[in-house]
Design a protein around this ligand. Structure first.
Ligand code: TXA
Ligand code: MG
Length: 418
């Protein structure tokens, strides 16, 4: 296609002249990728059907997956959403600008129906990255922006990732260096006095609880969702999710090709003992859809198999020593079969593995760093041609919850408990 223009800008204090051309392209209905404090986004004027269509086209994104509208100041919100309540106001006061997306009742006709995928709600966030804020303000548009990756690929945390996926398919890329958090924003909806997390992300449940009385999880967003193992304490939605996502007879290891599992069209998600990988039942899943699809998530994007590296990845839970023994054995066996084996681990655990590609996400003591490194590591496996990957699980507290949510998806729900 066409050439994609790249602008290198000062991430902390971008100059207006550095962003003028990019802002002009957005105003004219073109697509421009830019850094945010979560991941890079692919922006277009949210009011224009044609501009928004270009986002879906460039990404290869399913049209029933709505987009987040990015704003630079609160005044822009009044035109996008119907009057919102005190709870929404409190969340904006505390977390904007920042990695929190609010799903609000949409002002009819305010944005293209392609942005909302026909829903009567609109997802809005005010990013805190200086480049994102300055670009949105200079464009004068509400900017619809999904993550700037080809659909199904890990989200981009560097301009180089955007160029690799979308170079030649979009008008421009504003390069402001590394994005911040490394995982996407937390998406929430408000239901009376309750804030419901539809997608875990940069703002943690613990932080939300500091300012709102009740925080719940949508089924697919709960800790343990898609794994068929742990659940959020006392959360009945999470329990539902576990029932739905779990394979029949979940406490019994389901063997490859199990008629029971494949006839249900469900992917086994955990194994309490004697773990086995299930190529036959995994293949029974409709292409592009994850086991989450059965849950009819309230955030449509959660049903798609996201963040996937090209190699087959498995997430390993359980006691550290058992995990290590299992990964060593499996990686060794893979290599003996002639497969390129990779391990996604932490500094404290990285030694002593016999594998082709051992990638560390940094220290286990700093999960924020792991969040920043995850997507780049998944892309690194792709670049190296790693065919089988074993990833170590992390505790689901703080940002660890969002990290595990992405790891489970990257593993295509192949979660093993040893
Ligand atoms: O951090 C982020 O949120 C990044 C940066 C670029 O801002 N953006 C991002 O966008 O992750 P995307 O398109 O990859 O994910 C948007 C998520 C999807 O899961 C989508 O289904 C959900 O937000 N969403 C959008 N509009 C919604 C709505 N009206 N109701 C419920 N969920 C919605
Ligand atoms: Mg995305």
């Amino acid at each position: 296609m066409n050439r994609t223009i790249e602008w290198r800008v000062d991430a902390r204090a971008p100059k207006p002249e550095e962003l003028a051309e990019a802002a002009g392209l957005l105003r004219e209905g073109d697509t421009v990728a830019f850094p945010t404090e979560t991941v890079y986004g692919l922006g277009a004027d949210a009011r224009s059907d044609e501009a928004v269509a270009r986002i879906f086209e460039a990404k290869g994104r399913p049209s029933d997956n709505p987009l987040i509208v990015h704003i630079a100041d609160r005044a822009q919100l009044a035109g996008l959403a119907l009057p919102w309540g005190e709870l929404a106001e409190r969340l904006m006061d505390r977390f904007w600008p920042g990695p929190l997306t609010l799903v609000l009742p949409a002002a009819p006709g305010a944005v293209s129906s392609r942005v909302t995928a026909g829903l009567d709600t609109v997802a809005v966030r005010m990013p805190s990255h200086p480049v994102a804020l300055a670009l949105i303000a200079a464009s004068g548009c509400p900017v619809a922006a999904p993550s700037a990756n080809r659909s199904g690929r890990p989200s981009p945390t560097l301009a180089a990732h955007v160029a690799a996926d979308l170079g030649g398919r979009i008008a421009g890329i504003v390069d402001g260096g590394a994005a911040g958090v490394g995982l996407e924003s937390t998406v929430v909806e408000i239901d009376g006095e309750t804030v419901r997390i539809l997608r875990p992300g940069g703002v943690t449940a613990e932080e939300l609880r500091e300012v709102v009385p009740r925080v719940e999880y949508d089924a697919v967003a709960a800790p343990g969702a898609g794994m068929g193992t742990a659940t959020a304490a006392g959360d009945s939605r999470a329990a539902d999710s576990e029932r739905l996502a779990a394979s029949p007879g979940d406490d019994v290891p389901v063997r490859s090709g199990s008629a029971a599992a494949s006839s249900q069209g469900l992917r086994p998600t955990s194994f309490s003992a004697d773990p086995v990988v299930h190529p036959a039942t995994v293949a029974a899943q409709p292409p592009g859809l994850s086991a989450d699809a059965a849950l009819a998530p309230r955030s449509p994007g959660m049903k798609y198999a996201h963040y996937a590296p090209r190699g087959v990845m498995e997430l390993v839970q359980g006691d550290a020593e058992a995990r290590r023994a299992y990964i060593r054995r499996e990686a060794h066996a893979a290599r003996a079969r002639g497969e390129r084996a990779g391990i996604l681990t932490f500094d404290e655990r990285a030694g002593g593995y016999d594998a082709d590609d051992v990638l560390s996400l940094g220290s286990l003591a700093r999960l924020e760093t792991a969040a920043q490194s995850l997507y780049a590591a998944l892309r690194e496996f792709d670049d190296r041609g790693t065919q089988r990957i074993w990833a170590e699980s992390v505790p689901e507290t703080g940002i660890g919850h969002a990290l595990m949510n992405r790891l489970v998806k990257a593993a295509g729900h192949r979660v093993v408990r040893v």
